[in-house]
Design a protein around this ligand. Structure first.
Ligand code: 56B
Length: 342
C-alpha cells in the first residue's frame, strides 16, 4: 500500500492564504430563498405582522440588539485565540436536531464541549476528531445518555478532523484566515471543505441553499471575537439569519409567519416533516426572507434617527433565538424534521 504522504509543514497550503478567495458578490442563501417565498403555498409572510413587530421595537431595544453582549459568551469557550475557533467549529458541526431528546438543549452542547476543552486543551485537536466515536461524542457533551443521531454526529466530527488536517494543518483558525476577512468567502469555504455543512435542497426544480451551520459558524466567530481580529468580517451584514427550528416559532407568535391549516395540524400532532419536503423548505426559506424584510422595515423606521444602528440579520437572529429559547415552554410546538442540517 502506498505510504500515506506526510504533509510537509513547509509546503504552501492549497488555499489562497494571501488575499482570501474571490468574494462571492451576493449571499447564495438570500438569492435562492427568495424563489421559495415567491412560490410558497404552505407558509406565508405577513407584512402586517412585520410592521406591528417593528412598531413595537424602541430605540433602546434596537441598541441592545447591536451591542456586543448580544452574543451569549457565558455559555461558550471564549479565549480570544485560535482554540476558540476550533471550539466553535466543533460546536457548529454538532449544532443540530436536539429535539428528539426532550431534555437536551443547545446549551448542553456548548457548555459540555467548553468543559471538555477546559479539562483537556488538546481535546479538539483535529488528529483526535478524526477518530472520535459515538461514545466519544456523548462524553464530549457530558450528556447522561446517548444523544440523538450520535453515530452521525461522530461521523461529522471525523469529517471535520480529517478535512482540517488535509487542508489547514488541523487548524480551524487557519481556515478562517484563508477567507481573507470575508464572511461570505468563509461560508463558501466551510461548505466546500466539509460536506456535512452543505445544507441545500431542491425545491420545485431549483437548488435552494440554507447553509445554516456554515453561516452560524461565521456568525459565532464574529460574535465570540466581538467583530475584531479573527472575527473581523467586512461583509458580516451579508449573512442571513440561521434557518433552524426555533426562530420560525417565534416569528409565528409575532404574526410574521402564517402556516396553512394542514401544516399547523401536522406540527400540533408532532408529525415529522420529511427533510427536503415543500413544507420544511418553505418554513426555513420563508424564515430567512421574513427576517430580511424585518431588517428592511427597521431601516425604514430608524433611518436618520440619531444613535440608531441597523442590526445585522445575525443580530436579529440572536434576539429572536434567545426569545424562543426563553419562551419555548409557553410557545406552540416547533416543526420536527430529523436532519443533520439544523
Ligand atoms: N437561528 C439560530 N439557531 C440556533 C442558534 C443557536 C445557539 N447560538 C448561540 C450563539 C449565539 C447565541 O447567543 C446562542 O447562544 C442554536 N441554534 C439552533 O437552535 C436549535 C436548538 O434549539 P434548542 O433545541 O431549543 O436548544 C438547533 O436547530 C440549533 O442549530 C442561534 O443563535 N440562532
Amino acid at each position: 500500500m502506498a505510504e500515506a504522504r506526510r504533509v510537509d509543514q513547509s509546503e504552501p497550503l492549497p488555499w489562497n492564504l494571501a488575499g482570501g478567495i474571490e468574494e462571492p458578490a451576493t449571499n447564495i442563501v438570500k438569492a435562492t430563498t427568495a424563489y421559495v417565498a415567491e412560490n410558497a403555498t404552505h407558509v406565508s409572510i405577513s407584512a402586517k405582522g412585520i410592521q406591528a413587530t417593528v412598531d413595537g421595537i424602541s430605540l433602546e431595544t434596537l441598541r441592545e440588539l447591536v451591542s456586543p453582549k448580544a452574543y451569549n459568551t457565558d455559555i461558550h469557550y471564549v479565549d480570544g485565540g485560535p482554540l476558540t475557533v476550533q471550539y466553535l467549529l466543533v460546536v457548529d458541526a454538532l449544532n443540530f436536531c436536539f429535539w428528539p431528546d426532550e431534555e437536551l438543549e443547545y446549551e448542553q452542547l456548548s457548555t459540555g464541549v467548553k468543559a471538555a476543552l477546559e479539562a483537556d486543551p488538546t481535546a479538539l485537536d483535529a488528529e483526535k476528531l478524526m477518530w472520535i466515536t459515538g461514545e466519544g461524542v456523548r462524553q464530549l457533551l457530558g450528556w447522561k445518555r446517548d444523544v440523538p443521531l450520535q453515530e452521525e454526529r461522530a461521523r461529522l466530527l471525523r469529517e471535520v478532523g480529517s478535512s482540517l488536517v488535509r487542508h489547514f494543518r488541523g487548524s480551524a483558525a487557519r481556515m478562517v484566515e484563508a477567507a481573507g476577512g470575508s464572511a461570505l468567502a468563509l461560508m463558501a469555504l466551510v461548505a466546500q471543505v466539509f460536506p456535512g455543512f452543505r445544507d441545500h435542497t431542491i425545491y420545485k426544480g431549483r437548488q435552494i441553499f440554507l447553509y445554516k451551520r456554515a453561516q452560524i459558524f461565521v456568525g459565532d466567530v464574529y460574535g465570540a471575537f466581538g467583530g475584531e481580529g479573527l472575527g473581523a468580517f467586512w461583509d458580516i451584514d451579508q449573512l442571513t439569519m440561521f434557518a433552524d427550528y426555533r426562530v420560525p416559532v417565534v416569528l409565528r407568535t409575532m404574526g410574521i409567519l402564517d402556516y396553512s391549516q394542514g401544516l399547523e395540524d401536522k406540527i400540533q400532532r408532532r408529525e415529522q416533516l420529511p427533510p427536503g419536503g415543500e413544507e420544511e423548505v418553505e418554513i426555513r426559506a420563508c424564515t430567512v426572507v421574513a427576517v430580511e424584510r424585518l431588517r428592511e422595515a427597521l431601516a425604514a423606521k430608524f433611518v436618520g434617527t440619531p444613535g440608531a444602528r441597523l442590526p445585522h440579520a445575525i443580530q436579529l437572529d440572536w434576539w429572536l433565538w434567545e426569545t424562543g429559547e426563553r419562551e419555548r415552554l409557553r410557545h406552540p410546538p416547533h416543526h420536527r424534521t430529523l436532519t443533520t442540517f439544523y
